[in-house]
Design a binder for this molecule. Structure first.
Ligand code: AMP
Ligand code: MN
Ligand code: MN
Ligand code: MN
Length: 293
């Protein structure tokens, strides 16, 4: 038994663990389907206690999402999901709870965005070779923020013109390494991304580690480098993680001393693994990232 006077800290740790924190989702500022304000309203409606909007490489939705979140009584945390390249693999690093006005972070994100339009033209040229015309213009019609043109917008265009039945099947046959429409691209480095986040007073977390095609040994090397650079956390609960991923990354978080994050990676109704706030709680025995905010 744990009497209140003897161990209030343990009681509050447990309360912190079960808070419904969703620290990974997208709006139309990147490749989400809902405007930032709608994302925040939906999170509140789903019972989220603490929300971070984490658009790809862009901070444009944060102010509007914060206003709606706070009016609805939710805690709101600034977030971003930075596209990086590590040993020719595209990896995503989450920045959380940083100062939104930090000039070096803004400049770094602008540099990541600047290559996207040119990449999109090259993707479109590759799709043309397999008989899919007009993909650049078609994808752009799906992008509310043209500087954030992404493979998701191309995916929606391929569904629109009947090439695939849904966006998930697009990523099985197109837009990934070895398939039509994929082009190599130079993103930020791991060191850049962590430095921008830490420099802005934030916490850096590896997004959905279960999704990268890395051997166990390479994953360990990656996590070691990330930690040496100052990275503090990994997503353990993610909308795209299987029970095996949750078990593995829970163990690796403990082993490396990483804080554990929890995020749905919601992109929109009908296009996501889980809805906002609808993930299981963090497994016990992990230190929630939100204790560091
Ligand atoms: P980009 O940043 O332009 O390379 O686009 C990457 C985005 O494509 C991710 O953020 C996801 O939203 C989406 N994506 C990547 N792989 C898949 C997949 N297998 N199924 C559905 N969406 C995916
Ligand atoms: Mn995305
Ligand atoms: Mn991602
Ligand atoms: Mn994401």
């Amino acid at each position: 038994m744990c009497g209140y006077h003897h161990c209030p800290a343990r009681t509050s740790d447990r309360l912190l663990t079960v808070l419904n924190c969703d620290l990974h989702c997208h709006s139309t500022c990147s490749d989400g389907l809902l405007p930032a304000t709608e994302v925040a309203r939906r999170a509140a409606g789903n019972g989220v206690d603490m929300l971070a909007l984490t658009d790809h490489d862009d901070l444009g939705g944060l102010a509007a999402a914060r206003e709606v979140a706070e009016a609805a009584g939710m805690a709101f945390v600034n977030g971003v999901e930075i596209s990086i390249e590590w040993e020719r693999l595209q990896i995503h690093i989450l920045g959380l709870s940083f100062e939104v006005t930090d000039p070096a972070l803004s400049a770094g994100l602008a540099s990541v965005r600047s290559g996207r339009i040119e990449r999109a033209r090259r993707m479109s040229a590759e799709l043309e070779k397999v008989g899919i015309d007009g993909a650049f213009e078609g994808a752009m019609r799906h992008a509310a923020n043209p500087s954030l043109i992404s493979r998701s917008h191309f995916g929606r265009y391929l569904v629109e013109v009947g090439v695939c039945k849904d966006v998930r099947s697009v990523f099985e046959s197109y837009l990934v390494p070895g398939r039509p429409g994929y082009v190599e691209h130079r993103w930020a480095t791991l060191a850049d991304s962590v430095q921008w986040i830490l420099g802005a007073g934030g916490v850096a977390a590896v997004a959905h580690p279960g999704r990268y095609k890395l051997s166990r040994a390479d994953m360990r090397r990656f996590l070691g480098e990330f930690k040496d650079l100052g990275g503090q956390a990994i997503e353990v609960m993610s909308g795209s993680h299987t029970p095996e991923h949750i078990d593995l990354y829970g163990r690796l978080a403990r082993e490396y001393g990483f804080l554990a994050s929890r995020g749905s990676d919601f992109h929109g109704p009908g296009e996501s693994y889980v809805d906002l706030g609808n993930l299981a709680p963090l497994p016990e025995g992990l230190q929630p990232i939100w204790e560091a905010f």
